[in-house]
Design a protein around this ligand. Structure first.
Ligand SMILES: [Zn+2]
Length: 237
């Protein structure tokens, strides 16, 4: 079930305080419009009654898609307080079916809005978010002339609107400006090839590489590249 509550908020321009109804959780089964609202950056967008400024209120939102068997929890305070958010995630994960009428769902975690959208695309594509992060790591580490892991981030964008459904796009984001700079296209077969590098139990190997609830390719660069290569890691994706 989708759920909203009244919140008291302050306008970032005129500082006036007012009450608004904001979504705490959206379920596309009872509110199909919610997906477009998230994708179009319209979810929890409010207008100040005093100065008429429209702005998005970033607060935790649980996105549920029981038909596809997944949920994404967007916790905007995660970058500042990862430990608290990880603990809350574990708790939410342990009773996620209560939010979806008894249906068990795979729960994913996002810290910012782009990541929230990205996790929805990954789950809709039926891919493992840890595998997607590992593919990003490989792409970033093998294109040092075009991509700098310290400055670039790849955002999974799902199948291209104008291309083959067996392809998927990554959008290149410049993290210093927030600008989206271009698109890299990969076939889904490339993901399967990368998965095969991990041998018989890719999900276990990926869980070792990304032990937390929010896998992020950037963590592998921080930890040092030598320790994270897959055993037969010699074919580019
Ligand atoms: Zn205002």
């Amino acid at each position: 079930m989708s759920a909203s509550r009244t919140h008291r908020i302050r306008c970032p321009r005129c500082s006036d305080e007012f009450d608004v109804e904001l979504w705490d959780s959206v379920n596309v089964a009872d509110r199909p419009l919610a997906r477009d609202e998230v994708m179009g950056n319209r979810l929890n967008v409010v207008q100040c009654p005093t100065c008429e400024l429209s702005f998005r209120v970033d607060k935790p939102v649980l996105y549920l898609d029981p038909g596809r068997g997944f949920a994404v929890w967007w916790a905007p305070e995660g970058a500042r307080e990862p430990e608290r958010v990880h603990a809350e995630f574990k708790l939410l994960e342990s009773h996620i079916e209560q939010h979806a009428g008894g249906i068990p769902l795979r729960l994913l975690l996002a810290f910012d809005r782009r990541e929230f959208v990205e996790r929805i695309f990954v789950a809709e594509a039926g891919l493992d978010e840890r595998l997607v992060e590992y593919v990003k790591y490989m792409v970033l580490s093998r294109n040092p002339k075009r991509l700098d892991p310290a400055r670039h981030r790849l955002r999974f964008a799902g199948p291209p609107a104008d291309g083959s459904p067996t392809d998927v796009d990554f959008v290149v984001e410049d993290t210093t400006t927030g600008r989206l700079e271009g698109v890299l296209r990969y076939s889904r077969a490339a993901f399967e090839q990368v998965e095969q590098l991990f041998g018989r139990s890719p999900s276990e190997a990926l869980a070792e590489l990304f032990p937390g609830p929010r896998p992020d390719a950037a963590d592998l660069f921080r930890d040092g590249a030598d320790s994270v290569a897959a055993p037969n890691d010699d074919e580019p994706p």
